[in-house]
Design a protein around this ligand. Structure first.
Ligand code: ZN
Length: 194
């Protein structure tokens, strides 16, 4: 099921999420809906609070290397925790499904060491670099109530103030359904194939 995505200025995206206690049908269904929603909205990652569920859970889509080889198949990360960051940092142009039509360069550590629980309940340790490390850091920020435009320079932030205000007020909306800060839904999802 396609779920509406919450606007970055909705209070749920400023609230730290709660750990997943057990992997019941509700969590399994949520993960499946999040993959479907992410694919529909053409995102590479999605955090549970972006679809209105304040739990520590994120999904990342298939990641390919420069030779179009699948290096990280799509995966759900429950209760993810970054154990270590590299000293080396890099800049990358980020976007966010909760912040339509905004892209900004964000500096983040290049590599991370991560611990998480997979959808089968197994604890895993992962070393991530490249696009995966980037997406995981962006999504884990969401789970902690942090938005990517809060990590840019104060100068850049001033320059985009007007655009952020338009996004907040629902004057810039995406093609996919979105829940605005006041709780209003921009549109219903209609599956033309059904
Ligand atoms: Zn995001």
């Amino acid at each position: 099921m396609i779920l509406p995505i919450y606007n970055a200025f909705h209070p749920i995206l400023k609230t730290k999420t709660q750990p997943v206690e057990n992997i019941d049908d509700g969590i399994v269904n949520l993960v499946n809906d999040m993959f479907e929603t992410m694919q529909y909205a053409e995102g590479i990652g999605l955090a549970a609070n972006q679809v209105g569920k304040s739990v520590s859970l994120l999904v990342v889509g298939d990641i390919y290397d420069e030779n179009d080889k699948l290096v990280h198949p799509k995966q759900a990360y429950l209760n993810p925790e970054i154990l270590a960051f590299s000293d080396e940092e890099e800049e990358f142009n980020e976007g966010c499904l909760s912040v339509p039509e905004l892209r900004e360069d964000v500096v983040r550590p290049t590599e991370i060491q991560l611990r998480f629980v997979d959808i089968n309940g197994k604890e895993q340790n992962l070393f991530a670099n490249g696009l995966l490390a980037r997406v995981l850091q962006h999504e884990i920020d969401h789970l902690n109530g942090i938005l990517f435009f809060e990590r840019i320079s104060p100068f850049r932030r001033t320059l985009i103030q007007n655009k952020l205000r338009k996004i907040k007020n629902g004057l810039i909306v995406p093609d996919y359904p979105m829940v605005l800060p006041n709780g209003q839904l921009t549109k219903e999802y209609v599956d033309v194939n059904k």
